[in-house]
Design a protein. Structure first.
Length: 370
């Protein structure tokens, strides 16, 4: 593995440049902390990644991390504290091939039994969780994406992963490099080998979901106010797409994923549960909270004792009755426009960044032709 050296450059009163080398800590602190750091901040691996398992048992042994990406694809991560070697390639293919052989119900039971450990949030029913997150059923057959992660990779490993990525395997290789400045440790990420984009799967049938949702609403006795709640979010989030999942309505807004695809992402959901009759759970995904900004803080100021925070910075509020909803609905009438306003600003920024990236690529192509 080639050594990467980092320098800090400071300008002194606009006259002289001061160059300071920053110590590399790849083989010390970073080596021991990598898996824990990634577990706490999955965005280090890919944007909007949801981790659903850690040290998950398979027929070939425990895989390091299991997640679902922003497009709804299962992702297997093999982490090495040091330099990646070809043995890691064989391991990740082994783990992924095992998961690919499981039927959806078997996979759901496997994930549910392994979640809730080592910093991973508990998932009671993976198939229901997946439906609520992505607005589609988990496919009958799906080959997991494979991502090798380490503090470097030898040449043979890079060659093997590149060969597999050029074929039909969705495999990539990412390395991290650690640097230390005083008491601070910095991580730099480099994608050594990029995989081909995965094949997307079709969405679930809206009518079948709606029929099941209507029956569930009736069975748990919340018809008198659930549809009033859904109508408010539908009216106050006009840019959002309302999708009926079996577990409740979800409100999607389009974003660009980590791979540059446009995808509808859940911002708000109104979940209902058989074991909690008469109650509705308003779930605000972290992206909704971030978009709302001061609007969400005003909600907390008014009903802070009702707002529960999750580890992934999402929040939930339980509504217990028609009267309860009547008392709180004003706050959500104010929150929804704040969410949509923040989402529009994010979209505008994404469009600017995409335009700049396209312009940069065009300029590079022109230089090459010249």
């Amino acid at each position: 593995m080639k050594k990467i050296v980092l320098w800090k450059i400071k300008e002194d009163n606009g006259q002289e440049l001061d160059v300071e080398e920053i110590e590399s800590v790849q083989e010390t602190h970073t080596e021991n902390q990598l898996e824990e750091v990634i577990t706490r901040c999955p965005d280090l691996l890919m944007e909007d990644l949801k981790l659903i398992g850690r040290q998950t048992e398979t027929a070939g042994g425990p895989l390091d991390l299991l997640g679902v990406d922003s497009d709804g694809n299962l992702v297997v991560f093999e982490l090495k504290r040091g330099t990646l070697t070809r043995e890691a390639v064989a391991q990740i293919v082994d783990y992924s091939s095992h998961l690919a052989t499981l039927e959806p119900l078997e996979l759901s039971e496997h994930i549910s039994s392994c979640s809730g450990k080592l910093g991973i949030e508990k998932i009671e029913d993976f198939l229901t969780w997946y439906q609520e997150e992505f607005g589609k059923t988990f496919p009958e057959f799906q080959r997991p994406r494979m991502v090798l992660v380490g503090l470097g990779a030898d040449d043979r490993t890079k060659r093997m992963v590149s060969f597999l990525a050029e074929g039909e395997l969705d495999i990539s290789l990412t390395t991290f490099h650690g640097f230390k400045k005083d008491d601070d440790i910095f991580l730099a990420r480099q994608v050594e080998v990029e995989a081909k984009p995965p094949i997307t799967t079709p969405a679930a049938t809206k009518k079948s979901n709606l029929d099941k949702l209507k029956k569930k609403v009736q069975d748990i006795g919340i018809e008198n106010y659930y549809y009033d709640m859904s109508a408010l979010f539908f009216d106050k989030l006009p840019a959002a797409y309302q999708w009926p999942n079996q577990g409740g309505y979800s409100y999607y807004l389009p974003e660009f994923t980590e791979r540059g695809h446009q995808s509808n992402r859940v911002y708000v959901a109104l979940y209902i549960y058989d074991l909690k009759p008469g109650k509705v759970r308003i779930y605000l995904h972290s992206r909704a909270v971030s978009a709302a900004g001061d609007g969400f803080r005003r909600l907390e100021d008014n009903i802070g004792d009702r707002v529960n925070r999750h580890r992934d910075d999402a929040y939930e509020i339980w509504i217990n009755s028609q009267d309860d909803w009547n008392n709180l609905k004003t706050y959500f009438e104010e929150l929804c426009p704040a969410i949509e306003s923040g989402w529009k600003k994010k979209r505008e920024q994404q469009s600017v960044e995409e335009f700049k990236a396209t312009e940069s690529m065009s300029a590079s192509e022109e230089e090459t032709e010249t």
